[in-house]
Write a protein that binds this ligand. Structure first.
Ligand code: WTA
Length: 685
């Protein structure tokens, strides 16, 4: 397992930093783009004084404003307990329920308002407009079922492996209502990936759906549950029940058989819970609300544990002031709820504000690149949120489509990866019709919500840059020695946050050491210190700060590849390749891609005596897809005679990355086998 400071890692990091910094220096500074006056006139936040209110010397009491957006059963006593760094406990003493805050409390004013617009992928299927009343009823019935039929109680974990349907937020909220910790696994992940997360979280229950639509096909999804349950069992975790939603209630749309005594069609059992109500459980503010697994520097995905009070207050505040969501807005975040963006900015943030939130089942370019704009027009969407990957795909497949539809966005978000200034400008000009303000929000699964962004009603925008830290977030860039790199120096370094904040995750599920090691150890000068100031949070991204205070994020500094805005661990992909019996060694590297940002190239060497073949390459590719999911499918599998190695035998991924990206690999004379570089280049280009 690679430790943050192993010599190999340090060397790779250094080379990565140098090249990223060079790229950055060569990027010209973009001109500011001003937010439209019409936006500012209606924006919640227009007074720059907000930064004074959230200055570092007001920490932590400034965050009371976040908590005060929520209803509390019992008001908290301590804003944050920092006595055991880096384990922060927010709003200690408070009692709260996330489901109550996202549903019940809105009934008085918004009972008949749409909470969720569910848009099926097939265009001929009716859109379902779920009101807050209907959401309340369905969440209660399911909560009753989970408690009585499945015997779940507060603190239990449940794994969800669900597609983008209204039943997913319903299931999450039903869990939250009774204090059950949900762990939603992205539906595109394989049964194996799901099994790993079931085992790690020790879930006794899996909730899934029989099938869903994706790119014009009705995909069988239940079959993945069978794999997940079987593999979880061999990892030592028994799943007692599999609850199956039906994509078409009353009709089972999977070829996989139901396992007697284990598999339950949810729609059938729910009939016995009609009209049932369940009081929301008043949970301690620090009770975990959910786990979200993500890739990190080591092979195994880690369960980021998010709190109830801190997390919910953070996503509510940022939804209100960074996304400017007003109750009358129609808001569409096109992410998948299987990722953190969907948890925070489709479900919990918007619903905490009584917004109308769109849940779209399918891919944005199905059946054509005009689809998102037709949806926006027909639902009156006026706030839009997506990723650079989706923007690039829509720009490539339908550059003139937005102009054909009569919709008007006041506000747009981009998130997940750096956006090229050219792509940003198309987004602004064509999608936003020059009217919408854009926020480029930088943050991570671990963070709960946005860390850096411009404030839409205050700051000018700068294409390709996120903004300064949002109110209450105080970022800093450190060099390798821990010295601060000043703004405007043109140098890149590791971006860190000086202070804790309510949305930060609590720990890595069942692995507190990893939490400390990976995020806090690097720049902590004194591990015995009880002062939060000694524990900056290290994000793992390279960044530089311009003279105006805006940050530009350059990408990951660890063994993570960001494909289409989704984090994949290089170790995860390499381990999957090694399952193919012919493979001796595997190394994966990121390659620049016009649409997806980065895609993985996978280099493998074979066991002695074996000859390279397309069959083996295909087997390797299939192994990656079945272990992780189609999202990790290698762009290419290159079978090489040997890996470029250091004299101590470490694979030099830097050299492979240079070859894949058609760059000069630099000095290879210190390699144990420099001659192999040219042979690999001949094979890979
Ligand atoms: C990258 C997604 C540039 C970054 C919310 C980070 C970004 C990783 C941006 C987290 C942005 C996210 N500009 N890069 N606006 N937003 N990233 O955990 O490398 O899926 O560390 O969270 O995405 O990905 P994650």
């Amino acid at each position: 397992m690679s430790e943050g400071k192993s010599p190999r890692h340090a060397a790779e990091q250094e080379s990565a930093d140098v090249s990223e910094a060079e790229i950055a220096v060569h990027w010209p500074e973009e001109d500011y783009v001003l937010p439209a006056g019409q936006f500012i006139a209606q924006a919640y936040l227009t007074n720059p004084g907000v930064f004074e209110r959230f200055s570092l010397d007001r920490f932590p009491e400034c965050f009371k404003e976040f908590a005060d957006l929520l209803d509390w059963y019992k008001y908290w006593e301590t804003t944050v307990d920092t006595s055991a760094p880096p384990f922060w406990r927010w709003f200690v003493g408070g009692r709260i329920n996330a489901c109550h805050n996202c549903v019940d409390r809105h009934l008085a004013a918004y009972r008949n308002k749409t909470a969720i617009h569910f848009v099926p992928e097939p265009e001929h299927e009716a859109v379902h407009h779920l009101t807050y009343q209907e959401l309340f009823v369905r969440v209660n019935e399911l909560a009753a079922l989970l408690r009585e039929f499945c015997d779940l109680k507060a603190g239990d974990r449940v794994t969800l492996h669900m597609p983008m349907v209204a039943e997913l937020p319903i299931t999450m909220l039903a869990c939250a209502r009774i204090g059950v910790i949900h762990s939603q696994v992205f539906s595109g992940f394989s049964g194996t990936a799901c099994a790993e997360r079931i085992a790690d979280s020790e879930s006794r229950l899996l909730i899934t759906m029989d099938a869903y639509h994706r790119s014009g096909e009705l995909l069988d999804h239940k079959e993945k549950a069978d794999i997940a349950v079987a593999e979880a069992a061999s990892a030592g975790q028994q799943v007692e029940k599999v609850l199956i939603w039906q994509r078409y209630p009353g009709k089972y749309s999977s070829a996989a058989r139901l396992v007697k005594g284990r598999d339950v069609i949810l729609n059938d059992v729910l009939a016995g819970f009609r009209g049932r109500r369940v009081e929301p459980e008043p949970m301690p503010a620090e009770a975990p609300l959910f786990l979200m697994y993500t890739s990190g520097t080591t092979g195994r995905p880690k369960g980021c544990q998010h709190s109830t009070g801190g997390y919910l207050s953070y996503v509510a505040w940022t939804s209100k002031y960074i996304q400017d969501i007003h109750p009358e807005d129609v808001y569409w975040c096109m992410a998948d709820i299987g990722w953190i963006t969907g948890h925070s900015y489709i479900v919990y943030g918007p619903l905490a504000l009584a917004a109308s939130s769109v849940v779209y089942e399918g891919v944005p370019t199905w059946p054509d690149a005009g689809r998102p704009w037709r949806i926006a027009e027909s639902l009156g969407v006026n706030i839009f949120h997506t990723s650079p990957t989706a923007i690039r795909a829509l720009r490539r497949n339908g550059p003139d489509e937005p102009a054909k539809y009569n919709y008007h966005f006041k506000h747009m978000t981009t998130v997940g990866e750096p956006i090229e200034p050219e792509v940003w400008k198309w987004y602004h000009r064509e999608v936003g019709k020059g009217e919408a303000v854009i926020v480029d929000t930088w943050w991570q699964t671990e963070n709960g919500g946005f860390l850096c962004s411009t404030l839409p009603g205050i700051h000018p925008m700068k294409p390709g840059s996120t903004g300064p830290g949002i109110p209450g977030i105080h970022p800093v860039i450190f060099d390798e020695e821990g010295k601060e790199i000043p703004a405007g120096s043109g140098k890149a370094g590791n971006i860190c946050i000086r202070n804790p904040w309510p949305g930060i995750f609590q720990t890595v599920w069942k692995d507190p050491d990893r939490y400390v090691r990976q995020y806090y150890a690097r720049y902590c000068k004194n591990p015995d210190s009880k002062d939060w100031r000694d524990w900056p949070y290290m994000a793992g991204d390279g960044a530089m700060q311009a003279a105006d205070g805006y940050f530009r994020i350059l990408g990951r500094i660890d063994d993570v590849i960001n494909v289409s805005g989704h984090r994949l661990g290089t170790k995860e992909i390499e381990s999957a390749a090694l399952l193919v019996s012919e493979v001796a060694e595997a190394a994966v590297v990121p390659v620049a891609d016009e649409v997806k940002g980065k895609v993985p190239d996978l280099y493998v060497s074979l066991k002695p005596g074996l000859l390279p073949s397309t069959k083996i390459a295909n087997k390797v590719s299939a192994a990656v897809v079945s272990q992780i999911g189609a999202i990790a499918r290698p762009h290419r599998v290159v079978i090489v005679p040997d890996m470029p190695k250091t004299r101590s035998g470490k694979i030099m991924r830097r050299v492979l990355a240079a070859i894949s990206n058609r760059q000069e690999p630099g000095d290879v004379s210190t390699l144990a086998n420099p001659e192999v570089v040219e042979r690999i280049r001949a094979l890979a280009t």
